[in-house]
Design a protein around this ligand. Sequence first.
Ligand code: C2O
Length: 546
Amino acid sequence: MFFQVGNFSVSQLCKPARVITAVNKQLPGPTLHVREGDTVVVHVINNSPYNVTVHWHGIFQRGSQWADGPEMVTQCPIRPGRRYAYRYNVTGQEGTLWWHAHSSTLRATVYGAIVIKPRHGEHGYPFPNPDKEEILLLGEWWNDDVVDLERQAFLTGDLVRPADAYTINGKPGRLYNCSGGRKRRRRHQTHKLRVQSNSTYLLRIINAAVNTPLFFKIAGHSFTVVAADASYTTRYSTDVIVVAPGQTVDALMLADADPSRLYYMAASPYQSAVPALPFSDTTATGTVEYVGQRNTKRKRRLMMVRMPKVNDVATAHRFLSSLTALVRRGGRTVPLAVDTRMFVAFRLGVAGCRKGQTRCARNAPVFAGSMNNASFVLPAGAVPLLEAHYRNVSGVFTRDFPDNPPVPFDYTRPPARLGFTAKSTRVKTLRYNATVEVVLQNTALVARESHPMHLHGFNFFVLAQGFGNFHAAEKRRYNLVNPQERNTVAVPPGGWAVIRFVADNPGMWLMHCHFDAHLPIGLAMAFEVQSSDLPPPPADLPRCSD
Ligand code: C2O
């Protein structure tokens, strides 16, 4: 498969066309259809003016660690005019994942779906075969250049401003009056899902938004969730789906509503920190339309959909904490003996600038994210983390990421003086095959919001999650039988989540907040998994300079 990364113009929201960077001139980009066990080769050809890399979000990359994609972690960027072939196997996972740029803010327009079906001739889906499948990629749209917006935000030490719209398969889909004063309203760029009465649809819902968790609903219809982050779940019935950036949900929908009507589908923001943090108070809409209807000439009545309030934490938490894994024979089980325990308190705060640091133009304190008071910076030189690990290059990172916060405190009401943090590139070194448990404690310094924590290279079990400060007594609540498996967990606002995984994948793996704006300001860390099994870098791996 070929991914041509290049610029082209799109016009949305009645605005004049603007130039965006995307793959194969498509927004969203092309879908990768594979079967479990397949080998994938994607040639990424960079015809854009930016440095770019592509990350295959949720793919384990066992044996193909150099193909994971985060810039300056597993590779140097693919520079303008250059190319790189990502080669990897998709093993041990089925369902929906996605790919996106892992370089500056290009992810806003450089993204697409990955659909992994069961192998031919093996078992099928662990649920009744759907009649049809549909991909619903939820995104965010800015009327201005997003790369510029983020650059501006860095220079001023500020946060990136909220998006102008949310999108479903690239379309904001509301009614716009593009003709200015005249009455006639135009239906503008709306995603339409055409369904057959009494058929079952497998909806593959992906939150590819840059900075916003989303609620998703379809008027007059309900869902049965069957998978999340390409891991099967026990069936869960709901009429609202919640996806944080990075997460995916596969859900069955039976088209059993009155076929003579039209139904809204909608994606609206979930932001617990209003009004402390600004958000885009808009809703992306699409329509569900029954085909094969007589009288299609007549205008059909549209059924509206009632979305949860933007700060409806209860609805979000109910959905996110209710999913459980489908336990299958021969499937993964939770390891009970833990080798490495960590307590990671993360937050937004402020940081000073290192001398000569380019992202701190004014040498003044700037917004910073941190984990255990370490604010992560990617290597600034020419050696990415994985290469430094592989070739034993010193001075690129240090192995002293702290297992605990420097001082314990009330994480829901932290004293302001704890806001200050220093920049560093500290990693946590893990023994190969160690079982690792991490308590992710959300610390509400700026605002109480849910952060989607994403781990590269692994799925983890989410053993428990809750609000307030984590206490040892919560251990009694751990689900060790059928906890959901994820690659991204939305840590509750002012709360915590406990994850457990086996470090059976050698290499360098980022764990970071999947709000795009929070990674470059340091809400990240990396795991180094030691093993002699790491393959050598492929010959065409990009170099940072000639
Ligand atoms: Cu989907 Cu490091 O990202």
